[in-house]
Design a protein around this ligand. Structure first.
Ligand SMILES: O=C(O)CCCC[C@@H]1SC[C@@H]2NC(=O)N[C@@H]21
Length: 276
């Protein structure tokens, strides 16, 4: 299949069908989106608890890779068991697929996903210089958190959830204190992007970076990610459940782990929350 997918399973909660969100927008002032990835399905839900939960429910009947976009998400999940607040107009989608990579390499999809989202936002007219990526996969706009990405494994499948503050930043009262401050695309840039338009750019971008990983390994992705990294060479803090380190963000290693030069020596940190 090339170009547009077959009519995806668009659901409005009442069994009605709507126009495909998987096709590029028509009449857009921007260059057209790249073709929708071959053999990849797409479902748009009017509302859902969490697109991650929905991906898990659909696993037994999945015919191939699938994108699930929700126009309203009422119980969004964030990293480390946190919730994810999702005001109307924001982007909430999960891509579920069966990676060729084994379990240890699946964390590399964090970087694939962040690069794809960065590309998709740039395609939609967000200036590259205002975007950056906070290790491992938060997409920042002017240094504020624009988007979060969540990876969950289920058997031989991987679900990657993307939450993007397209229209609104969440109410600070809904956030865990001390987290990176959120920002909304519309307020910060005046760029208004319907969730369906972001999906039309994100899905092909993800497919391109995924093919890079499959064909060439992590090397090119690591290089591209480092070119977009926030605070590379600067001081950051990395916090796990038990420890916090402060040091210079030197690089990421061949497994994607954060390499931090601290006063006590170089630390290689596979998973943590990063603060500036
Ligand atoms: O904590 C983070 O930074 C990750 C947030 C991921 C949120 C997205 S929204 C779409 C998908 N569905 C969920 O329930 N969570 C992810």
């Amino acid at each position: 299949m090339s170009g547009k997918p077959e009519m995806p399973g668009t659901e409005d909660g009442k069994g009605g069908a709507a126009a495909s969100p998987c096709a590029p927008s028509v009449g857009d002032a921007l260059p057209p989106a790249a073709p929708w990835p071959a053999d990849t399905g797409c479902t748009v839900l009017a509302r859902v608890d969490s697109t991650m939960a929905e991906a898990t429910r659909r696993l037994p009947t999945l015919a191939g890779p699938e994108w699930i976009l929700a126009l309203r998400q009422e119980a969004g999940r964030g990293r480390q068991g946190r919730g994810w607040a999702d005001p109307p107009g924001n982007f909430a989608a999960t891509h579920v697929f069966r990676p060729a990579q084994g379990l240890p390499e699946r964390a590399l999809f964090s970087f694939v996903a962040a690069l794809a989202l960065d590309n998709a936002l740039r395609d939609l007219g967000v200036p590259a210089a205002r975007l950056s990526i906070k290790w491992p996969n938060d997409v920042l706009l002017d240094g504020g958190k624009l988007a979060g990405i969540l990876l969950e494994g289920a058997g031989d499948h991987l679900s990657i959830g993307f939450g993007v503050n397209l229209a609104h930043a969440p109410d600070p009262a809904d956030l865990v204190p001390g987290l990176h401050p959120p920002v909304a695309l519309a307020a910060a840039t005046g760029v208004r992007v319907p969730p369906e338009d972001l999906l039309a750019r994100l899905a092909p971008a993800f497919a391109r970076w995924r093919a890079q990983l499959d064909d060439y390994g992590f090397g090119p992705i690591r290089t591209a990610w480092l070119a977009r990294a926030a605070r590379l060479g600067a001081e950051i803090r990395a916090r796990t459940a038990r420890e916090e380190w402060r040091g210079t963000f030197e690089t990421i290693d061949a497994t994607g782990a954060l390499v931090l030069k601290t006063a006590q020596g170089t630390r290689t940190i596979p998973a943590a929350d990063v603060f500036f």
